[in-house]
Each structure stands twice: as structure tokens, then as C-alpha cells.
Write a protein that binds this ligand. Structure first.
Ligand code: AVJ
Length: 323
């Protein structure tokens, strides 16, 4: 008789979704005004992001899922049977299932996400679907580093799974630092399976971040709703508009909330002035070439081993090992 697996518990049970007031204020005083994209993911933001993944214009999730589905067996062979799989920014862990299906003997799965309720819902569903894999959720901002929870069985190695082109949210120096942090976390003999979105026709990119149904706009605007609720700010969402622009020199889409007129916003006892047309930058989404990514990865101590793509060459999943 098999016992039901215990419901997963986050390793920081008292942690909640959080906004760091000092960080928010620093971003609003910067030029240009800028907030961390991690703040987009409260519970509502995580739900809106799930809806984005299903949009006809948002090709990323569909394309990467196709690559994972087609090549799961080869990827699983790279990961190896008894590895510990660590996923920073795991969200709903939807794509992970494709890998887990090909890795029945996996040692443990550690999803890491900043959105606590979303993380625990996903971890519970996953534990039920994969009763033989130990699921150990960690509620954390993965850029800050965290301690790996000890698995019941000693894993053969640690492999980081970082799909979704989340890496694209980081500017080059930050991305290298994050890749170095992942290399240290994976340790000697560790691996990295990462999904990166590739540069393509700017019209396709701009549509992917400015969908006809307005879901991306709602996702972006939800940040202001969150600041109003959690930090008692007084943003008038009717006085900002969503914008997604392709910046060719930086090879990135920038998500902005543009102030439609001159206005002042109050937050944490401070008054922040916006000029008419002034953007608040909420996210950078860098688009790579196979070479630009390989260069970044190598400078962080990762050696590219395998790469998979889709027929249109829009997205790339790469497997790397520590050097
Ligand atoms: C989850 C960071 C990969 O950059 O495409 C989607 C987030 N923002 N639409 C991306 C996002 C607007 C997404 N990442």
C-alpha cells in the first residue's frame, strides 16, 4: 500500500508576497523611473501572466512547450535519472511536467517562486500528479540566493531548469551574475537547462507584448493596483497607459507605464512627480542570438553542450554544464 505523499510546504512558511518599500522608492526616484519586474507577480499578476501564455500573440510559451515536448527524452538524458531539479521562477510549473514525465526517477524537484500562494498551489498539484518525486517548494526572490532544502535522498547532481526566457528580464551584467549564482548553486558537475527567446521581426515582438485583448496591459497596470493596495500609494490607473517598445540597440522589448499627463503620486510619505509622457519602466525583455547567449553563459562559467530550437528558429532551449 502506498501512502499519500505529504502536501508540500514552503521552506519559509511565514514568507508572503512582498514589495520592498525602499527598493520601490529608489526605483521611482531613478531616471528613468524603473521598478523590478519581480513586483509584477503578486497573486493576480501571476494569474494574468498565465493568461498571457495562452494569448495568440504570445508565441513564447507555445513555442518553447513545443520544443520541450519534441525533445524531452534527449533533455531528460542530459539531466540524468536521480538529479535534483531546481526551477527559479517556477510559476505554475506547467512546462516542467514535460520533463518530469521523462524523468520518473528524479531525485527531487525544487520550485522557487516569489508568489507564495501561486507557488504552493502549483507544488501541491505537482506532488499529487507525481507522487514518487519529492517536491520541495521554496518561496524566495531567486535573484537573492537561497538555501536548498535538504532532500530525503541524496541527489546525483543538481540541474537548474530556467525556461520561459525569464533570463531576458535581466540586463547583461545582472544576467551574468544570476548565471554565476546558478552555477554556484548547481555546484561541481551541475547542469543548466535554459529557455531563451531569440531576436526576430520587431512587429512580432511588439504584438507579443501588446496583445489585442489587453491582457498584457492589465498585467502591467496591476503593478500600480498592487502599489496602491500594499503601500497605500495613490496611482490613478486611468492616468497611465501600457506601452511595449522594441529597442533595437539593446535588443529588448521594454514594458512601460506611461503617464498620460503631468501628475504627482504619493507613496510611503513621498511625492513623486511624473511629466506628461514620462515612462515608468516595469520590465526589460531581452532577445538573444544563439551567439550572444553562449557568450554570456561562458563568461559565467557555463559550457554550452546542446541546443534545440523550433522550425521557425524563434526560441532556443539550451543545455549547459559547469566548466
Ligand atoms: C516571464 C519574463 C519571460 O518577458 O516575456 C510577458 C514576462 N511580460 N508579457 C517575458 C512578460 C509581458 C515574460 N517573462
Amino acid at each position: 500500500m502506498r501512502r499519500n505523499p505529504p502536501a508540500p510546504r514552503a521552506s519559509r512558511p511565514d514568507a508572503t508576497d512582498w514589495l520592498l518599500v525602499a527598493d520601490v522608492l529608489a526605483g521611482l526616484h531613478a531616471t528613468p523611473k524603473r521598478l523590478s519586474p519581480a513586483y509584477l507577480y503578486d497573486r493576480r499578476g501571476s494569474q494574468l501572466f498565465e493568461a498571457i501564455c495562452d494569448l495568440p500573440e504570445y508565441y513564447l510559451t507555445r513555442t518553447e512547450t513545443g520544443i520541450l515536448a519534441r525533445h524531452a527524452a534527449e533533455m531528460a538524458a542530459c539531466v540524468g535519472g536521480q538529479a535534483l531539479l531546481l526551477e527559479p521562477g517556477s510559476g505554475s510549473s506547467r512546462k516542467t511536467r514535460l520533463l518530469l514525465d521523462a524523468l520518473p526517477g528524479l531525485g527531487a524537484y525544487v520550485p522557487v517562486d516569489i508568489s507564495r500562494t501561486h507557488l504552493l498551489e502549483a507544488a501541491r498539484a505537482l506532488q499529487t500528479a507525481y507522487p514518487r518525486i519529492e517536491v520541495l517548494p521554496v518561496c524566495a526572490d531567486f535573484t537573492q540566493g537561497f538555501t536548498l532544502p535538504p532532500p530525503r535522498h541524496r541527489p546525483s547532481r543538481v540541474v537548474v531548469f530556467f525556461p520561459g526566457s525569464t533570463l531576458g528580464n535581466f540586463d547583461a551584467p545582472q544576467a551574468v551574475r544570476l548565471l554565476e549564482l546558478m552555477r554556484r548553486t548547481a555546484g561541481a558537475g551541475g547542469g543548466l537547462l535554459v529557455g531563451i527567446d531569440l531576436a526576430k521581426d520587431p512587429a512580432i515582438l511588439e504584438h507579443a507584448y501588446n496583445d489585442a485583448a489587453g491582457v498584457t496591459a492589465a498585467f502591467n497596470m496591476n503593478l500600480l493596483v498592487r502599489l496602491n493596495r500594499e503601500l497605500a500609494a495613490d496611482f490613478d490607473t486611468g492616468c497611465f497607459r501600457h506601452e511595449a517598445v522594441w529597442m533595437p540597440a539593446q535588443s529588448r522589448i521594454e514594458m512601460h507605464l506611461v503617464s498620460v499627463r503631468a501628475q504627482s503620486v504619493h507613496i510611503a510619505g513621498e511625492s513623486i512627480a511624473f511629466a506628461a509622457g514620462e515612462p515608468l519602466v516595469t520590465e526589460h525583455c531581452h532577445k538573444y542570438t544563439a551567439e550572444s547567449f553562449a557568450h554570456q553563459a561562458r563568461s559565467a562559467g557555463w559550457a554550452p553542450r546542446r541546443a534545440w530550437s523550433d522550425p521557425r528558429g524563434w526560441f532556443s532551449v539550451q543545455y549547459l554544464e559547469t566548466v
